[in-house]
Design a protein around this ligand. Structure first.
Ligand code: UDP
Length: 334
C-alpha cells in the first residue's frame, strides 16, 4: 500500500510510519518539524520505501501530487495538547483547522479516493460526567474560559470538516478520538505527565503532581495505539465512524507518581503544585478520563499488548540509557 502520514515525524506518526514500513508498505511522511523531530524518523530516512517532506501542511505545494495514487491517508498534523494550544491559539486555527480543510480538498481532487483516518482527541468530550466516555455521549465544554477549549473545538471542527467532505465526495473516513498516549519518543518538554514523571524519577528531581493528584487518566502505549489505527483505517465497517482509541485502565495522577517512583526505585519526593502555578489562573483540569472501547473492540477485535507498568518500565530503561549516553558524551567517552 501507499501511505501518506501528515505529522509523521511526531510521536504517534513516527511509530505509525515504522509499523507500515515493517508491513512492507511505501510511506510518505510530511512534517514541518515544529514539534515533530527528525530524530524520530532518523532510522527510517535511508529506507527505500520511505519518503520525507519537510513542509507545513497549510502551505506545502507538494500536497496534491503526494495524495495522487495514495491508498491511505493518516492526517495527524496538528498542534497537540491543551498547554501548547493555550500558548498559541492562532497557530491552532491555522494548522488544525485550515490544515485539515486543505488535506480534505486535496483528497477531493484526487482521482482515486484514498481511505482516510484523522486524529481527533478525547478533549472533545470536555467535562463529560460519565465514568467512561462513549462516542455517542454529549460533549460538555464549559463556557467560562474561552481559550481553554480551543484545542477541543479545533478537533471537533476537524471532525465536522472531514465528515462533510467524506459524505459529499464518497471516500472512506474514520475519525479516532485519541486518549492519553505514552511511549518512546514522547518528550517531556511539552509537559505531558508520563515523560515528566519518568525524567523526574530517573534524575532524582521532585515528581510534580498538579492539583491534589486525584484527577485520573487512562494511558495507552503508542505501539498499541498505532496497531489500532491501522486496523480501523483498513476496516470497511469503520467507514463514517468516530472511534475512541486508548486504554481503559484508569489511574489517579498521584497513584501514577507513586508507581513511576516505585518502578524507578527512585528517592524523588512527590510534590504538589497548585494548578494556577502549573497552568496559570482559571485553568480547569479534566477530573477523570477513561474511554469506553466497546466500539474499537467490536469493529477490530483489537487487543492491547502493553500494560501501564510494562510501558513505564520500558520508558525508565530508555531514560537511563539516554542519560548514560549523555554522561559519556560529557566525559568525552563517546
Ligand atoms: N500533570 C501533573 N504533573 C505534570 C504534568 C501533568 O500532575 O508534571 C497532570 C495534568 O494536570 C493532568 C494529567 O497530569 O491532570 C495529564 O496531563 P497531560 O498533560 O499528560 O495530559 P492531559 O491533561 O491532556 O490529559
Amino acid at each position: 500500500m501507499n501511505i501518506l502520514i501528515t505529522g509523521g515525524a511526531g510521536f504517534i506518526g513516527s511509530h505509525l510510519a515504522h509499523l507500515h514500513l515493517q508491513k512492507g508498505d511505501r510511506v510518505h511522511v510530511v512534517d514541518d518539524l515544529s514539534t515533530g523531530r527528525r530524530t524520530n524518523i532518523a532510522l527510517l530516512l535511508g529506507h527505500a520505501r520511505f519518503t520525507f517532506s519537510e513542509a507545513d501542511i497549510v502551505t506545502w505545494d507538494g500536497l496534491d501530487a503526494a495524495i495522487h495514487g495514495i491508498d491511505r491517508v493518516y492526517h495527524l498534523a496538528a498542534v497537540v495538547g491543551v498547554r501548547r494550544t493555550l500558548e498559541d491559539p492562532v497557530r491552532v486555527v491555522k494548522t488544525n483547522i485550515a490544515g485539515t480543510e486543505r488535506v480534505m480538498r486535496a483528497i477531493e481532487k484526487s482521482s482515486c479516493l484514498p481511505e482516510v483516518l484523522i486524529a481527533s482527541s478525547s478533549e472533545a468530550y470536555g467535562f463529560n460526567p460519565r465514568p467512561t466516555f462513549r462516542e455517542t455521549d454529549d460533549l460538555l465544554l464549559h463556557s467560562r474560559d474561552r481559550l481553554r477549549w480551543c484545542y477541543a473545538v479545533s478537533k471537533l471542527t476537524d471532525e465536522f470538516i472531514a465528515f462533510s467532505y467524506a459524505d459529499k465526495f464518497g471516500f472512506k473516513l474514520t475519525v479516532v478520538r485519541l486518549f492519553n498516549t505514552i511511549g518512546p519518543r514522547q518528550v517531556e518538554h511539552y509537559g505531558m505527565v508520563v515523560p515528566n514523571f519518568v525524567q523526574q524519577a530517573v534524575t532524582g528531581r521532585p515528581i510534580t503532581v498538579y492539583g491534589d493528584g486525584s484527577q485520573t487518566r487512562s494511558f495507552a502505549d503508542v505501539r498499541d495505539t498505532v496497531r489500532a489505527l491501522d486496523l480501523l483505517a483498513g476496516n470497511p465497517l469503520a467507514a463514517g465512524e468516530t472511534v475512541n482509541v486508548g486504554a481503559d485502565q484508569e489511574i489517579s495522577i498521584l497513584a501514577l507518581a507513586e508507581l513511576v517512583r516505585e518502578r524507578a526505585e527512585s528517592d524523588s519526593e512527590i510534590i504538589f503544585i497548585p494548578y494556577h502555578e502549573a497552568y496559570g489562573e482559571d485553568f480547569e483540569d479534566i477530573t477523570h478520563r477513561r474511554p469506553c472501547l466497546d466500539k474499537l473492540f467490536q469493529l477490530t477485535g483489537f487487543q492491547h499488548q502493553w500494560s501501564l507498568t510494562a510501558t513505564i518500565d520500558d520508558l525508565i530503561l530508555r531514560a537511563r540509557a539516554e542519560r548514560g549516553l549523555l554522561e559519556a558524551k560529557e566525559l568525552g567517552l563517546s
